[in-house]
Design a protein around this ligand. Sequence first.
Ligand SMILES: NC(=O)c1ccc[n+]([C@@H]2O[C@H](COP(=O)([O-])OP(=O)(O)OC[C@H]3O[C@@H](n4cnc5c(N)ncnc54)[C@H](OP(=O)(O)O)[C@@H]3O)[C@@H](O)[C@H]2O)c1
Length: 384
Amino acid sequence: MKRVSILGSTGTIGVKALAMIDLHRDSFEVVALAARDNIDLLEQQIRRFSPRIVAVGTSKSATILKDRVKDVPVEIGWGDEGVLSVATAAEADIVLSAIVGAAGLLPSLAAIKAGKDIALATKEIMVMAGELVIAEARARGVRILPVDSEHSAIFQCLGGQNSCEHLKRVLLTSSGGPFRQRPKGSFASITPEEALQHPTWVMGKKITVDSATLMNKGLEVIEASWLFSLTPQQIDVIIHPQSIIHSMVEFMDGSILAQMGVTDMGLPILYALSYPDRLQSPLPPLDLNALSALTFEPVDHERFPCLGFAYQALQAGGTYPAVLNAANEVAVDLFLSSRITFPDIPALIAKTMDSHQGRKIDSLEDALDADREARRLVLAALQT
Ligand SMILES: NC(=O)c1ccc[n+]([C@@H]2O[C@H](COP(=O)([O-])OP(=O)(O)OC[C@H]3O[C@@H](n4cnc5c(N)ncnc54)[C@H](OP(=O)(O)O)[C@@H]3O)[C@@H](O)[C@H]2O)c1
């Protein structure tokens, strides 16, 4: 029996994880849940899974939720303190990190410090502070199990390991997003609604926009470099519109292994939670006869510059990846509220990166400082 805490239980990943857990009640027990605003869904999750602790974003939400579930024995906290108590709940063996964006960093790091294994969905954590996170996990003997389908694929191709002396490179696959074939000349008229129509995956808003700009793949490149100790030159990205191959590894003799599966996050979530075991999945099997073709094409960096920015940030190191991540989060928010156009997203990120003076990251405070500075810089760049 594994005891699980979930950070971001009301999001796409959190909900899918609970659906998987629900099917395997003899293998998992839910001990703690954290979210921000969605108290309707949290109430349902409390009634179904009986966690001991729950956290929400504000004291107001906590008061409303407490009143709604006064018939249930559950401790309800709020704010940073609340989410930290979910992250470090004493009984938990594993914490699913699925709060979107930089907000996931502090609780995930607290969970690692408390010795919890991490099922990692929030890639932004590795982008902001990958070196610190990996160092802390090694020091505590904590496993970081990838939930991102690409990193889960690599992890599976490496036989459930994070490294292999014979590895030459990894190939991260990308669907290419909804604008793979759209001419660049019409990018300025892309609406948030269009950007939220992903061709192959159902995801939260921020990651869906990141997939449309290919920044998601850029964040994944940085995540892969930390999870699998790879240089930027060992990580390639290839467009694979069908999203059936989730990623590949190439060994030094030229042999390539690929992991395939249906496009459902239930698969990598279940593997991360059940590792090193495998559990029965409710998902339909991948029907190879129904596939007409698996195709591949190179990335068009001219139309999708965000991926290149991520490689540059990884190469430059220090605070640059954290700055890239924060600038992107702010730019995506601005785009979703129709305050900037789709091409403004890479333009604002580029301006922010250019105006930042890179520094080393020696501590969590350094990463958080870089994050705050980038949020100020991107808003300043918006005025120019
Ligand atoms: N969705 C996917 O297929 C997928 C695949 C791979 C990786 N990921 C990564 O997984 C993470 C989550 O993605 P998602 O698609 O599940 O996002 P999502 O649907 O937007 O859900 C985000 C979750 O985070 C919670 N949250 C947001 N800010 C918070 C805060 N300050 N404190 C506490 N909770 C907070 C939200 O709570 P409320 O709902 O209450 O606001 C919600 O539970 C992202 O980092 C994403 O890159 C997602």
